[in-house]
Every structure is written in structure tokens, then in C-alpha cells.
Design a protein around this ligand. Structure first.
Ligand SMILES: [Zn+2]
Length: 291
């Protein structure tokens, strides 16, 4: 065989390896679709949660502080999967909204759910501009409601209870959209940056907040995750979306101690990287890195 033919075989061989790799990745990500997957993405200091449902929907709650969301989405969706059925913006602080701008530009987003609360930060305004530029359907949430995603799979909007659109609020954190994702016998409570006051309101109004997994409010700060709240949620697992060496000192040691005292096994993005739960409806398991 002459040198050129050898070279050609080498190139063809490499191409075949790439093709098999891509097919393997695609098949793998479709197999996962028999279960619910909730991915607490590692976006540094901020929140971003990707929900992959067994009914082929992709839902993104918040987009983190920057474009690190793009590689995180790429790692968790098949390379051809560029569609997000729903994007929820819990509240317009930059560590939740800034990464969404580029997501809107690169993914086909079918719908956005948000409170429409007033805020004039450049990141939020750029996000709103992009939404209107692309004419993406937007829903303002103003009350509790169930989004039915399929058989035994519901995304329940628990908070806020009033129309905040166009309003200036005393605390943007406490305007956060709070959701509970329920798949058969398993559930996740996702609280944005909600603090003590909202936690108290939920408990006081006897809202059904019991859940297997709690994403702690406000990155594990001392102003969220009260004992009163934990008594009602009774989570088995806690997730803290937090960046390494963040300037806010999140998470607070008092909160970590409280989780330990309540026998809640917890994970943190700064130490554990992406945290991915898989639910078959009865049992929860954690996806190990590289799986
Ligand atoms: Zn935040």
C-alpha cells in the first residue's frame, strides 16, 4: 500500500470513530429519556437547572451568570437537540438571567415563563430585548398552577401569588418563581433565591411543599432554609447552586450545619460539579460523572 492510501485509510478510520462516538452519544441520551433527569448545572455562582422529561421535553430554569451555561447544556443534551420547550426565569438578578441571553440566540425556545417584575439591570434588559426580537411566547405567572407535562409528571408553580409584572418590589429574591416538579412518587422543590419571608408564607398557607430534593434558596445563604421550612419540606437531599470562592460567602456554615442536623445529604456545585438526579418515578439516583 502506498503512503497516500495509508493516509486515506487513517482519515477514514478517524471519521468512523467520530461517527460511532456521535451515534453512541445520541443513543445514550435517548435511552436516558425513559426517566426524568434533573440536572443542576455547574455554572459557577448562579442557578441553572435543566429538566429532561421522559416525554422528550427540555425545560431550563434560569441560565446562570454567563456563557458557561452553553457548554453545560451541550454536555447534557444530544448534539442535535437544540430545542427548549420552556424557559423559566425565577427572577431577574444577573446570576440567573445573564446566561439566558446567549441561550435564546442558540436554542429554539418555545415559551418563557416569568414574573415580569420591573428591574433595570443591563442583563435583564438585554434578555427582554432578545425575547421581543425573537417574538418568543411569554407567560406572566401570577398564581399557582399546574403545568402538566405528561402522565404523572407535573411542574407545579407554587409562588408568587400575585401579578408582579411591571412592578418594583422590595426584594427581587422574594419575587422568585418557586416550582415543585412531581414525577409519580418523587419530587423536587426549586426555590430560586426565595428567602425566609416567602418560606414562612408557604408554610403558613399550608402549601404542599414536601419534596425528596430541595434546591436550597439563595445559594445556601443564611437568610433562607429555615428550620420551620425544612420541617415541612423534609427533603432527603439538598442541592446548593454555588460558585467556588464566591464573594458572598455562600453557602453559610449555619445552613450546612442545619442540613447535617436534619440528616439531609447535600451536594454543592462548587465541590461536586454538575449534580444530576435520575428518577424512574419511584426511586431517585445520582448520575456519576462521565456516565
Ligand atoms: Zn442568585
Amino acid at each position: 500500500m502506498d503512503r497516500q492510501a495509508k493516509k486515506l485509510f487513517k482519515i477514514l478510520g478517524s471519521l468512523l470513530v467520530i461517527v460511532f462516538f456521535l451515534i453512541g452519544f445520541a443513543v445514550n441520551s435517548q435511552i436516558d429519556r425513559q426517566n426524568l433527569e434533573v440536572c443542576f448545572l455547574d455554572v459557577g455562582q448562579g442557578d441553572a437547572i435543566l429538566i429532561k422529561t421522559p416525554y422528550e421535553q427540555n425545560i431550563l430554569i434560569d441560565g446562570g451568570p454567563d456563557n458557561s451555561i452553553l457548554s453545560q447544556l451541550g454536555n447534557n443534551l444530544a448534539f442535535f437537540d437544540k430545542e427548549l420547550d420552556l424557559v423559566i426565569l425565577t427572577h431577574p438578578h444577573s446570576d440567573h438571567v445573564a446566561g439566558l441571553v446567549e441561550v435564546l440566540r442558540r436554542y429554539s425556545v418555545n415559551k418563557i415563563l416569568m414574573t415580569g417584575v420591573s428591574h433595570t439591570s443591563p442583563d435583564y434588559l438585554t434578555f427582554l430585548e432578545e425575547v421581543s426580537l425573537q417574538k418568543i411566547e411569554t407567560e406572566i405567572t401570577d398564581s399557582q398552577k399546574d403545568i402538566v407535562l405528561g402522565d404523572d409528571l407535573v411542574l407545579r408553580i407554587l409562588y408568587p401569588w400575585t401579578d408582579l409584572s411591571g412592578q418594583e418590589v422590595a426584594s427581587l429574591n422574594n419575587s422568585s418563581i418557586i416550582t415543585k416538579l412531581i414525577y409519580k412518587d418523587t419530587s423536587f422543590l426549586l426555590t430560586g433565591d426565595a428567602e425566609e419571608q416567602v418560606e414562612h408564607d408557604l408554610v403558613n398557607n399550608q402549601i404542599e411543599i414536601k419534596a425528596d430534593v430541595l434546591k436550597l434558596g439563595h445559594h445556601g445563604s443564611k437568610y433562607s432554609t429555615t428550620q420551620e421550612f425544612l420541617d415541612q419540606v423534609q427533603p432527603q437531599y439538598g442541592v446548593i447552586q454555588v460558585g467556588q470562592d464566591n464573594k458572598f460567602g455562600h453557602p453559610h456554615l449555619r445552613i450546612l450545619k442545619r442540613l447535617e442536623d436534619n440528616n439531609i445529604q447535600f451536594f454543592r456545585n462548587d465541590l461536586d460539579g454538575p449534580i444530576i438526579f435520575i428518577s424512574d418515578g419511584q426511586n431517585l439516583s445520582l448520575k456519576k460523572r462521565g456516565e
